[in-house]
Design a protein around this ligand. Structure first.
Ligand code: ADP
Length: 266
């Protein structure tokens, strides 16, 4: 029922601004004695009615490697989404700050964390659609969790949602997504390969000096991102596996998790 995910505005204390995103401001806050992150959703940025339906599904997704959605406060305007608070902020900023001081086991651990969260989404038949370091968050203990899953479907900005749009994440997208908007867990796997590349390049942007059109052209010609200097061969092999042209030739997240865990145990 509705009240399972509705947060009483009386119980939600809003604090200072911690960031701003696709849907508007993000504030820190307190709910039921818990520190939370509150996303204020600007009406013109999100298809609210559709989202309210989906929020139910998203709240049932619960895993230690996913940033938990606690609930939605629809009685307040703007509507707000209440999430688990992540002390370390977003992964891409975190990597850039720690550049030069990221030990191998930490980088591998980050890949493992994300693969665990994604293996759970895969087994729940839920497609992320925008997996990238900027959409992962870091907890107190350096633990990484996957955030913003499925949210791109509610963005009202064409520049972001159309594969031809200027804000579309082409550099993280599988060829079949760019060509036919065919999203699947295997297109998430492609993005995960790029995310591992970001981790081992300490937060550098992929294809830094190239336009989206140039990237599409070089992918079509069979070219791929280069092996990061810090990446072990085994990890680079996994990246290349994620970037197979045909979705069916790519590994599942279950398999990636297994491979990364085996490597971490060596
Ligand atoms: P969107 O994905 O909607 O564009 P983000 O999720 O990137 O917006 O949020 C913007 C910023 O707010 C992030 O870069 C991060 O610094 C902060 N933020 C978002 N969610 C949380 C959270 N759960 N805990 C702590 N900080 C967060």
């Amino acid at each position: 029922s509705k009240d399972q995910w509705e947060i009483d505005p009386e119980e939600l204390i809003l604090g200072q601004e911690i960031g701003s995103g696709q849907f508007g401001l993000v504030l820190e806050g307190k709910w039921m004695d818990r520190k939370v992150a509150v996303k204020m959703v600007r009406e013109d940025c999100m298809s609210n009615e559709e989202f309210k339906e989906e929020a139910m599904v998203m709240m049932r997704l619960s895993h230690c490697k996913l940033v938990q959605l606690y609930g939605v406060c629809t009685q307040r305007s703007p509507m707000c989404l209440v999430f688990e608070y992540m002390e370390g902020g977003c992964l891409s900023d975190y990597l850039r700050e720690k550049k030069g001081h990221l030990p191998q086991d930490l980088m591998l651990g980050m890949c493992l964390d994300v693969s665990e969260g994604m293996a759970y989404l895969e087994s729940s038949n839920f497609i992320h659609r925008d997996l990238a370091a900027r959409n992962c968050l870091v907890a107190k203990n350096n633990e990484v969790k996957v955030s913003d899953f499925g949210m791109t479907r509610y963005v009202l900005d064409d520049q972001y949602t159309s594969s031809q749009g200027s804000k579309f994440p082409v550099k993280w997208s599988a060829p079949e997504v760019i060509k036919y908007s065919k999203f699947s867990s295997k297109s998430d796997v492609w993005s995960f390969g790029v995310l591992m590349w970001e981790i081992y390049n300490e937060g550098r942007l992929p294809y830094e000096n190239r336009s989206n059109a140039e990237v599409v052209e070089s992918l079509n010609a069979g070219m791929r991102l280069l092996k990061p200097r810090l990446a072990p061969d085994q990890v680079h092999m996994l990246m290349e596996w994620c970037w197979k042209e045909k979705p069916e030739d790519r590994p599942s997240f279950a398999l990636l998790l297994h491979e990364l865990a085996a490597f971490a145990d060596l």
